[in-house]
Write a protein that binds this ligand. Sequence first.
Ligand code: AHR
Length: 323
Amino acid sequence: MSIITKLALAAGLATALSTAAFAQDLTGKVIGFSQIGSESGWRAAETSVTKQEAEARGVDLKFADAQQKQENQIKALRGFIAQGVDAILIAPVVATGWEDVLKEAQEAEIPVVLLDRGVDAPEDLYLTSVASDQVLEGRTAGEWLVNQVAGKDCNVVELQGTVGSSPAINRKQGFEEGIASAANVKITQSQTGDFTRSKGKEVMEAFLKSSNGGADICAVYAHNDDMAVGAIQAIKDAGLKPGTDILVVSIDAVPDIFTAIAAGEANATVELTPNMAGPAFDALAAYLADGTEPEKFIITESKLYTAENDPAGEYERRKGLGY
Ligand code: AHR
């Protein structure tokens, strides 16, 4: 079974992959992909899936790793435009600062598809955006926590994603909405961990120090699983039990968080499928064939997983899929 098929089954995307996916051909098309970098397990999986999808569809994928820098992404886009590619995929590291280069792509009549993150730019500058509802992800995490603590006072520390990125902005907003009705649940500290495991750990260490060794913290909300995994290590190093002394809720559903949930060291995660490329290539195939305009926003599913959802099995289903 191919990696794509396995992922489709794991993420419940079999329909998306089996129906429209190969209906129109992209064979021989040259598509540039500007990826942010490799800050998280989820990002690595998205890169693998995109490469696999491209290969399966006969796309000549020009891959550019921006090493977390917007200037590198802008350079890569200009390079793709100069080469005259058929289309461009971009996962934009931050939300602002894209208008000029998107206009250049538009003037060159090259369709651009946004993957997994949004931009603050006029919608007519890109063909479509394939992403989750990031506000919903945050709200789902917040509502889960409110139910979990059932009226008990709960001080939450928040590990935010990359400053200025759409998931950091939207997941913060969503979580705040999710806890808004519960006066007992409050965010007491919030800082960026840049979506990485190492920074998640470092920031959590600082939170623990300034919160009576962790005694004053009831829960950590991390904008992705990698930062949650780093925080779990910091909690253990401080002599506390993650998942029990401090609840852990995050977003992505990568294999490592299922290991932590199975061990009782994390409590909940909201799934973000790494298969953004499948719907993106479907949209491009139709557009390049006959100008069919896709929906402006293609929204992927956001499912909550806890210890009740067979975390060991979820780990097995995801391991080896490029995370
Ligand atoms: O934009 C999606 C986010 O970026 C993922 O949640 C995170 O892991 C990644 O790096």
